[in-house]
Design a protein around this ligand. Structure first.
Ligand code: TNX
Length: 527
């Protein structure tokens, strides 16, 4: 312990000189107004359930560390994540120290004596002049609380180079927990392929806003993106292109496992989707025996929908689905597998009904619960099945069956819709979605018949017909995504556009620090 502290002093001494040398350039480029450097309890997104401010200040300085409960490696990992987030901008060497007695001047993460009513993801932050304590009943709650800690520091905390400021935070108490259990984003890696690094970056960015589900759309007409050992051509051939004819790509099973692990370290559950019976051209092109007429179609690189369908009356189709779901289920610790089910005009309704029933049985037989888009509502659904609601028509059949709904209405939540007509990226078939239009509504007052108790949560999809890089992902997700995250987390009574847009404005300082390519909407007075 002594040598650690000594190293730290040496390290910080040299760092101090470095900071003095570069301090003037670091800070000024990120902020336009010197007041914006302050730490604050006022600009947290999603807005917490309760924030009580008091008069004092807690200072995190060069000899501050992060303390954790002894004998709890899971908490130590969460603390390490926080330390890594705080190191670049503070320039401090921050240690994670398990201990029973916590010295003043530090951050302390604990599950001891936590209030059970905080639930799986709730947390409390108690900031005194001496200590910043984050308490949660479960580690997931600590992880969510860590995002709040990041956000109550000066917005300069998110920059990647040392900033020469005093890292002070106002004292107070925050008590917080989510409104909905499911707070998701979806990324389409089928229309264009995104690398493991891109996906991890997006996961890390959404974690900042307390998102806890990452739905990954792994197969569509234009590409199959996950290697299935029992049907290797799906990925090797079916993954060899993308919209516009680029080279596409796919994840090996170990790459997929790496994504799952990266997400789980952020308390985010991966929900994989294999879309069927429509949206299956890549599979049909890879195995001619899956086609009704036994003839494989060519690969497809356009953006039309509704062109393909599995042969739902052929037994081999179900052998194929069983193999795919079995391999995917084995790689996926989360409870849910998404089977798409959208836009299958080539399958008549009797056949479609039969198909969804068979697929649901297969998913359940591998120990998973099924999710599908609105269209699956017309089939007989198991009580554990979820329907993802993207447009109006069919959801009433799901409500009659009492299954839970994930809200993703396209006219408000599709992040692939353009902000307005001037935007080069995105589509507009469901309308334009400016930042306010995305934020200023409530999921329980949107579709007739859907009330709070029907809803398990919300999810913001990002389809990838027009996007090809992580910069593009960021441009469509920011600044809309934080608004959806707040809709999923914060009680409806605390959400208000006029107040939200001020908080959002401050986050642009954070985004510049993190190098996020965001859309500078004119609806917001950016900082
Ligand atoms: C509709 S939403 C689709 C997708 C497209 C998207 C483009 C849904 C279930 N199906 O196949 O990519 O529109 O916005």
């Amino acid at each position: 312990m002594f040598s650690i502290q000594k190293n730290k002093i040496l390290f910080n001494f040299s760092f101090l000189i470095l900071i003095l040398m570069i301090s003037s350039c670091g800070t000024t480029s990120l902020i336009n107004n010197s007041n914006d450097v302050q730490g604050s309890l006022d600009n947290i997104i999603p807005k917490p359930v309760s924030v009580i401010k008091s008069e004092g200040k807690f200072i995190f300085d060069y000899d501050s560390d992060i303390y954790v409960d002894k004998g709890n490696p899971e908490i130590a990992l969460i603390a390490q994540y926080l330390a890594e987030k705080l190191k670049p901008s503070t320039g401090y060497n921050i240690f994670v120290i398990p201990a029973e007695k916590i010295p003043d001047g530090n951050i302390y993460l604990t599950t001891k004596n936590a209030d059970q009513s905080l639930g799986e993801e709730g947390y409390e932050i108690i900031i005194t002049e001496n200590l910043l304590t984050l308490k949660a009943y479960k580690p997931a709650g600590l992880f969510r609380g860590v995002q709040t800690i990041r956000q109550i520091f000066s917005p300069l905390i998110d920059s990647r180079s040392p900033q020469n400021i005093v890292w002070e935070i106002p004292t107070g108490v925050i008590r917080d927990y989510p409104r909905f259990e499911w707070r998701g984003v979806m990324l389409d890696v089928a229309r264009h392929f995104f690398t493991v690094e891109d996906v991890k970056r997006y996961i890390d960015l959404v974690a900042y806003y307390k998102i806890n589900r990452f739905h990954i759309h792994l197969a569509d007409d234009q590409g199959w993106r996950i290697l299935i050992n029992s049907w290797p051509n799906l990925a090797v051939y079916g993954g060899s292109t993308e919209v516009g004819g680029g080279e596409g790509g796919y994840y090996t099973q170990s790459e997929y496992a790496e994504i799952v692990k990266y997400a789980s370290e952020r308390y985010i559950t991966i929900v994989p989707e294999i879309d069927m019976p429509g949206h299956t051209n890549a599979a049909l092109a890879s195995y001619r025996e899956l086609n009704k007429d036994g003839i494989a179609p060519p690969l497809y690189t356009g953006i039309q929908v509704g062109l393909s369908a599995l042969d739902v009356r052929k037994e081999l189709t179900y052998k194929f689905i069983d193999d795919v779901i079995r391999e995917l289920a084995a790689l996926t610790p989360g409870e849910y597998i998404h089977v798409g089910g959208d836009e299958a005009p080539k399958v008549d309704s009797a056949d479609y009904h039969y198909f969804v029933g068979r697929v649901q049985e297969i998913v359940n037989s591998h120990g998973k619960k099924m999710v599908g888009w609105d269209e699956i509502s017309i089939a007989d659904l198991a009580p554990t099945t979820l329907v993802q609601h993207w447009r109006n028509k069919l959801i009433k059949h799901a409500l009659e069956q009492n299954v839970k709904v994930i809200m993703s209405p396209c006219s408000r939540m599709y992040m692939d819709m353009k902000y307005d007509s001037t935007i080069h990226l995105g589509l507009s078939w469901a309308g334009y979605i400016e930042v306010q239009h995305g934020y200023d509504w409530d999921p329980t007052a949107f579709t007739e018949g859907i009330t709070e108790e029907n809803i398990i949560g919300i999810e913001a999809p990002l389809w990838a017909e027009t996007i090809t890089t992580i910069d593009d992902i960021e441009f469509l997700a920011f600044p809309r995504l934080p608004g959806y995250a707040e809709m999923g987390w914060t009680p409806a009574s605390l959400r208000n556009w006029e107040e939200y847009k001020e908080r959002l404005a401050y986050h642009s300082i954070r985004w510049r620090g993190m190098d996020i390519n965001f859309y500078p909407s004119k609806q917001i007075n950016w900082r």
